[in-house]
Design a protein around this ligand. Structure first.
Ligand code: CIZ
Length: 313
């Protein structure tokens, strides 16, 4: 019986089944550019975290399946607790999100006056609840620039903090040792080597890359920024320094252009856990659902709300 079920499951066309099931459930599927292309293709919307959050806020559907790192689903739950927010896998946590502790935040607060604690959206709900404001890679410059505080404890992404310090020299950034494994693996040596074989390529890099990689880039920006740059540019060849699954959308949008990776393993193992089969399982079981302690949720909401307020100024 077990073997018969295994054979049957093998024959399921998950994309078709997901589309079929969706017709009868009041559900919205959202996917980040960093997830597998086949998952992007069955989703209602694909985007960066800030776009997806906006869609979740405006959605009429009461159930949202979030295909991305866990912190994205958590951010949606923080803002819209009345909706059922579902992750496709409980293990899609981001290691970087855990590279700063509440203790460190409290210590820095004790040590500095005139300080704002600014957390990248890629952080846990608890870290958000202890921060003054959240930022995404697309709005960080604008938001930090608008803060009155001189000292900025930027967590948890040291590379991005170093880059922001470079752009905002009138601020004093305090950084901790926290990094994204995928972006930190993209090194200047790899890029230099690749540029030798494709010298006419433009380099588009995410600000989570090491600073010496960003110094070599023609454009530095969020995933949406990279996509926009590639779409607008008359150039034909691009080296992309960020999660490799962004290639799915890049190639779809620009069939006449060529994209290269500076390394072949720009894949987040946790994000890779989001497969079509898991999306299908989530639709069938309507789980696992994200839950956040109310006390943490309320405080984290303030940091996210402040981001929206400052971004609209
Ligand atoms: O904010 C996001 O969506 C992340 C994690 C990356 C990016 O730059 O889009």
């Amino acid at each position: 019986m077990g073997r018969r079920r295994a054979i049957y499951m093998d024959q399921i066309n998950y994309s078709d089944e997901i589309r079929r099931l969706k017709q009868n459930i009041n559900v919205l599927i959202l996917a980040h550019y960093y997830v597998n292309g086949d998952v992007q293709d069955v989703s209602d919307f694909v985007g960066d975290s800030s776009f997806l959050l906006q869609i979740a806020l405006e959605a009429k559907e009461q159930i949202i399946i979030f295909c991305g790192a866990r912190f994205m689903a958590e951010s949606a739950k923080i803002l819209i607790p009345s909706k059922a927010i579902i992750t496709t896998d409980d293990l899609t946590g981001c290691p970087m999100a855990h590279m700063v502790t509440p203790y460190e935040i409290k210590q820095v607060r004790k040590h500095y006056n005139n300080l704002a604690v600014v957390c990248y959206i890629n952080s846990t709900s608890e870290v958000k609840s202890l921060s003054d404001v959240c930022v995404t890679s697309s709005n960080a410059v604008k938001i930090i620039n608008s803060l009155k505080e001189k000292n900025i404890f930027f967590i948890p992404n040291q590379n991005m903090g170093t880059y922001l310090q470079h752009l905002l020299p009138h601020k004093n950034f305090i950084l901790n040792h926290s990094f994204c494994y995928v972006h930190s693996n993209l090194t200047k040596d790899n890029l230099t080597q690749l540029l030798r074989s494709i010298p006419d390529a433009k380099v588009l890099a995410h600000p989570a890359c090491p600073f010496n990689v960003l110094e070599m880039a023609d454009f530095v920006g969020s995933t949406s920024g990279v996509l926009e740059y590639a779409r607008q540019s008359n150039h034909k060849k691009f080296i992309i320094c960020t999660g490799i699954n962004i290639f799915h959308k890049l190639i779809k949008d620009n069939p006449d252009k060529q994209f290269y990776t500076s390394k072949n393993n720009e894949i987040c193992p946790n994000i890779q856990k989001i497969t079509l089969e898991k999306v299908y399982d989530s639709l069938v079981s309507l789980g696992p659902e994200v839950h956040i302690t109310e006390n943490i949720r309320k405080k984290a909401k303030e940091a996210l709300k402040k981001m929206y307020t400052l971004d609209q100024l």
